[in-house]
Design a protein around this ligand. Structure first.
Ligand code: ATP
Ligand code: MG
Length: 1092
């Protein structure tokens, strides 16, 4: 079954072992002083061993010992430092066996079990008078007050629960011989908790208040505390108002025990506590006033003395001061009171007659009234406290009941009260037997678990003896009380002997054997209770059981103006002649009710033991304790605990709680619960002797096994909580994420919507603009109107901006001026003019003297060749130089000859012979007066001339030499690379522009005077110069005119690597800085067009 990883098992085992080690370590340490749990005693069947253990611990001030979960508490009769807040904190939330036994451990365990199992519990605190029951119940209450969750409302309830104690103790407790603060009533208090463990309400049930104490106290005992507290602590004014003296000795109800003052009791400070408690539990001032009026009137009633008239009838004088105070405090007219206390109303023959009391009878009636008033006021008080504790929230609550009820009582003389109290203890023992012993055995049998029967005494036989219908002591007593005729306590005894004489647990003087008879008086009967023998004296049984209050006295009380008295004696009370229920029958019914209340809750026990009778600290009376050990049923309980199992739970419940401890059972076990439990405990490593599997339950032998499991669960719970928390956080985060995503989508949608709307608006706007534009365009030629104003403005604007960006850069650029729209035709012209002028001015402003002369030359060239010679445009951009031949390059001899004429220009030329047209290199030098053709050292010719050139793009010129020239040899045919430059210079120097002719077709020349020759010019695919067949010089130049392109080629080492074509001469042809001689750009004009 253990499929989970080994490490997990190891870590859990380690945790369990650690917890076990801790627990066991603590156990061992404490074992130095006896054992903390009597179950751990080796000789667990020996009463002496139990006693020894208790004694040992008692002498070490260890007053608490466990028997399993039952707590045995010994009264230390001194204050031990074990009830501090620190101690409470130590025990809070700690497992039962982890710390030394303590009432806090039990209280905490009950509380936590209640919370975890969500069911009701009660703590039965039993023990004899003075054993410490009330103290124990207070400790439990105090622990809850500190340990329960606190809120303003819860604190309120908590305070009221705590404050109810001093009030109830003041009215219901008294000093007895056994206990200076003996509870003279049984008390069951329910504390109601909400599902978080907050105390939200409470309810108190009281049982059989010992009313007889109001009118009579044994020697050494006192009346209820409240009387003494009022007399000792009451403010002067209050006492004056109540007609009381500050002296208990003045009140006959307070002095019978002759111990009104006791050193151990501080009535004065108790008074203050009670007064404060009243306001804490919401008693109004009026309620408190009425309450003290009643207490005072009881004291006054006790002091009422009757006188006897001659007939022996009781009389009470009008001026009796007590009568006066009673009348004032109870708000009853004096006369009515006077008659009520001295007469009895009898109905005879349909008439009501007042029959006077004898003095003795009057005293009896007075006492009966005092008891009734006090008793009913006590009930009112309990109800009033319950009103303050009531939980207004009706949602489901869990409850812890605290039962502090009188323990078994055995006095020297035992009366009716002891009979009732001991009967009550028999009933509680029955409950214990039913809940624990018997049910335990039955359960084992039912579950099919092997069980060695534990012999125990079932006291049902005694309960039956007391309460059986018609045959029981209670029935017989009631019968005697109710039957007509002279019934007395002795006739009751006789009836008992008659009816139950043979019962093994009943014996009287008459029925007893010789030996026993010596220990019995004639008026006694003895019951063999489960806790031992008790001899009861029958005197007063009938009277106390009847608890008669005369009808007319009730009527008197009904007239009271005191609200509490009115409430206690309601006019609705049955006024018939039918007898009210007897005291013992009422008590029996209330015990049946109590049994029902307790039977449906989980029991927890605190057994209080009184170590000695003398209230001395440190004294351990073996006989007394042994007796209590016996009648508290500790031995039986111990035997059952040892034989049986400490813990059992239905498989479903056990599995539900501990399933997280095993991966196979968590989160759900698919099969039957029993198998799941088996799997779980195998996983936890239970040893076979530690548990048994019943039919429907698992039985765990030792508490430590369970606590180890519980501790492991507590640790595991946190891990689970973390996981659940993580899951939940994840779930929340996912939820948040989805929300955010939804929100984001929404925002996105809205945003997109908004953007789309904007876009739509923009488009609508655009449509309008475009429409307006189109309309403007369509009406652009109409006079300015609404439709075209904007369009025209736009046209103007865009034209002007375009113009700004595309203004021609040079004056020569005539074509790039943007074409204006019709509306700006005129403006454009004006602008263009302005701009040209501006450019001119700018250009002219920037012209240097050198440039000016250059321009003049160019202008001259233009006037001579523009439109006349094809290759003229090529020269426009080529700057003219001053000369192409420096003086240094002219032969010195020649130079000397012509220098004086002033050399203006020199250029290399190729001279073609007039006959053979052989080319020869010559220098053409222009002086102020002549043109020289130089051949090295010779001046070949000094020429006066006119010049002809062709209209084509060749660079030939024919210099016509005048006939009057001395050495006329004929005309010169020259080829000059700088033709235009040379001719311009020539015409400038000679100032003979007209002597340069541009000839179309052939140029005639004189070979020699009288013999002419021709140079033919033609355009062709290739430049050639040759002598044609007709003897003329043929100059073919590459086709000039027509489409041509400029190609800027980048050559490297004679090869063209890349080139770019231009439609016109590029303004800024790309320049390449030649790094070596191999690399350069060449600009060539080629025939063709860009499209080619
Ligand atoms: N745990 C305790 N520590 C110190 N003193 C205690 C303790 N328990 C009891 N006493 C002392 O014993 C006295 C009697 O205790 P308590 O009134 O609780 O007895 P009881 O069992 O209620 O008696 P009764 O049945 O008469 O009401 C207390 O007044 C107190 O002085
Ligand atoms: Mg008590």
């Amino acid at each position: 079954m253990t499929h989970r990883p080994l490490e997990m098992k190891k870590s859990l085992d380690e945790r369990c072992n650690r917890i076990l080690r801790n627990m066991e370590g603590a156990l061992t340490a404490r074992d130095r002083v006896g054992v903390q749990d009597l179950v751990l005693l080796d000789a667990h069947t020996s009463e002496s061993a139990v006693l020894d253990n208790l004694r040992k611990r008692f002498h070490e001030s260890l007053i608490y010992t466990y028997i399993g979960t039952l707590l045995v508490s010994l009264n230390p009769y001194r204050d031990l430092d074990i009830y501090s807040k620190k101690q409470m904190d130590t025990y809070m939330g700690v497992n039962f066996f982890e710390l030394p036994p303590h009432i806090y451990a039990l209280a905490d365990n009950v509380f936590r079990t209640m919370l975890s199992e969500v069911n009701n519990h009660f703590i039965l605190i039993s023990g004899e008078s003075g054993a410490g029951k009330t103290e124990a119940s207070k400790k439990v209450l105090q622990f809850y007050a500190v340990s329960c969750p606190s809120t303003r409302i819860l604190d309120n309830v908590r305070d009221r629960l705590l404050l109810s104690n001093p009030v109830l103790e003041a009215f219901g407790n008294a000093k007895t011989l056994k206990n200076d603060n003996s509870s003279r009533f049984g008390k069951y208090m329910d504390i109601q908790f909400d599902h978080q463990g907050g105390a939200v309400g409470g309810h108190i049930l009281s049982y059989l208040l010992e009313k007889s104490r109001v009118v009579h106290q044994n020697h050494g005992e006192r009346n209820f505390h409240i009387f003494y507290q009022l007399v000792a602590g009451g403010e002067d004014e209050l006492l004056r108002w109540l007609g009381l003296d500050r002296n208990c000795q003045n009140y006959s109800y307070l002095v019978q025990g002759d111990c009104a003052k006791v050193s151990s009791i501080n009535d004065k400070s108790q008074w203050r506590t009670v007064r404060n408690a009243f306001s804490g539990i919401e008693f109004s001032e009026k309620d408190v006033e009425n309450l003290f009026a009643i207490i005072a009137s009881v004291l006054h009633l006790g002091n009422v003395k009757f006188e006897s008239d001659p007939l022996g009838n009781a009389i009470l004088h009008d001026n009796n001061p007590e009568l006066h105070w009673l009348s004032k405090l109870l708000g009853i007219p004096t006369r009515v009171l006077q008659q009520g206390l001295t007469h009895r109303k009898i109905e005879a023959n349909m008439e009501e007659v007042f029959s006077p009391f004898s003095v003795e009878h009057a005293v009896y009636a007075r006492d009966a009234l005092a008891k009734a008033v006090y008793g009913r006021t006590f009930d009112w008080l309990v109800n009033k406290i319950n009103e303050a504790l009531v939980n207004k929230d009706s949602s489901r609550k869990t409850v812890i009941g605290l039962l502090d009820i009188y323990g078994f009582e055995v006095f020297h003389v035992n009366s009716f009260e002891q009979f009732c109290i001991n009967y009550c203890n028999e009933k509680l023992q029955q409950l214990f037997i039913r809940l624990t012993l018997k049910s335990e055995q039955e359960e084992y049998q039912m579950e099919g678990i092997e069980w060695e029967p534990v012999p125990f005494f079932n006291n049902k036989i005694i309960c039956d003896l007391v309460e059986e219908k018609h045959k029981g002591i209670i029935s017989i007593l009631d019968e005697e009380c109710l039957r007509p005729g002279e019934a007395t306590d002795l006739t009751f005894l006789e009836k008992l002997e008659e009816k139950i004489g043979g019962h093994p647990h009943f014996v009287t003087h008459k029925l007893a054997d010789q030996k026993t008879r010596k220990t019995l008086q004639r008026g006694d009967f003895r019951l063999l209770h489960y806790a031992g023998e008790v001899t009861y004296c029958v005197v007063g049984f009938l009277d106390k059981n009847n608890d008669l209050l005369y009808r007319n006295v009730k009527e008197v009380m009904r007239q009271s103006k005191n609200a509490i008295v009115q409430h206690c004696f309601p006019s609705t009370e049955p006024d018939s002649k039918k007898r009210p229920e007897t005291v013992v029958t009422q008590f029996k019914s209330s015990l049946v009710g109590l049994t029902d209340i307790l039977m449906c809750k989980e029991p927890w026990y605190v057994r209080c033991i009184k170590p000695n009778d003398s209230k001395q600290p440190g004294r351990f009376d073996d006989v007394l304790v042994r007796h209590q050990v016996k009648y508290l049923g500790l031995m039986e309980h111990l035997r059952v605990r040892r034989a049986g199992f400490a813990y059992r739970r239905k498989y479903e419940i056990f599995l539900e709680r501990y399933k997280p401890l095993c991966p196979d059972t968590w989160p759900n076990w698919p099969g039957p619960a029993a198998e799941g439990v088996l799997c779980l405990i195998n996983h936890l490593g239970y040893r076979p002797n530690e548990y048994k599997m019943g039919r429907t339950k698992i039985f765990i032998r030792h508490p430590r096994t369970l606590f180890a499991t519980e501790d492991a669960f507590q640790i595991c719970k946190h891990e689970l909580a973390t996981r659940i928390q993580a899951k939940y956080k994840g779930y929340r985060a996912k939820g948040d994420y989805l929300k955010q995503r939804e929100a984001a989508t929404k925002i996105e949608n809205c945003w997109r919507g908004m953007m789309a709307r904007k876009e739509r608006e923009k488009r609508a706007w655009a449509v309008k603009v475009i429409r307006r534009f189109i309309k403007g365009f369509m009406t652009r030629n109409q006079p300015a109107c609404g439709d075209n104003t904007q369009y025209l403005a736009f046209v103007r604007y865009s034209y002007l901006t375009r113009l700004r960006d595309k203004l021609p850069r040079t004056l020569l650029d005539k074509n790039s001026w943007p074409t204006p729209p019709p509306v700006l035709q005129e403006a454009s012209k004006l602008l263009q003019k302005l701009y040209v002028r501006h450019m001119v001015r700018k250009y002219v402003g920037g012209i240097t003297a050198q440039m000016k002369s250059q321009l003049q030359c160019k202008a001259l060239t233009s006037s001579m060749f523009k439109g006349k010679k094809d290759n003229y445009p090529l020269t426009v951009c080529r700057p003219f130089l001053d000369t192409r031949i420096n003086e240094a390059d002219i032969n010195l001899k020649v130079l000397q000859t012509i220098r004086h004429e002033g050399i203006k220009y020199g250029v290399p030329v190729v001279k073609y012979d007039r006959n053979g047209f052989r080319p020869r290199l010559r220098q053409l030098v222009l002086t102020q007066t002549a043109v020289y053709l130089l051949e090295d050292t010779k001046i070949k010719q000094r020429i006066h001339y006119s010049v002809s050139v062709s209209n084509l793009s060749d660079n030939f010129l024919v210099v016509h030499v005048a006939y009057d020239e001395v050495n006329h040899k004929g005309d010169l045919i020259l080829q000059c690379d700088f033709l235009f430059e040379a001719l311009t210079k020539l015409s400038l120097i000679t100032n003979k522009q007209n002597s340069i002719n541009v000839v179309q077709g052939s140029v005639r020349f004189d070979i020699q005077p009288g013999r002419e020759g021709f140079v033919d010019f033609r355009s062709g695919g290739e430049s050639m110069i040759y002598r044609s067949k007709n003897g003329r010089l043929m100059v073919v130049r590459m086709t000039s005119g027509g489409p041509f392109v400029f190609v800027c080629a980048h050559s490297y080492g004679g090869r063209i690597s890349k080139y770019k074509r231009y439609a016109s001469f590029p303004r800024n042809p790309p320049q390449t800085r030649c790094q070596d001689d191999l690399r350069h750009n060449i600009l060539i004009r080629l025939p063709g067009s860009l499209n080619v």
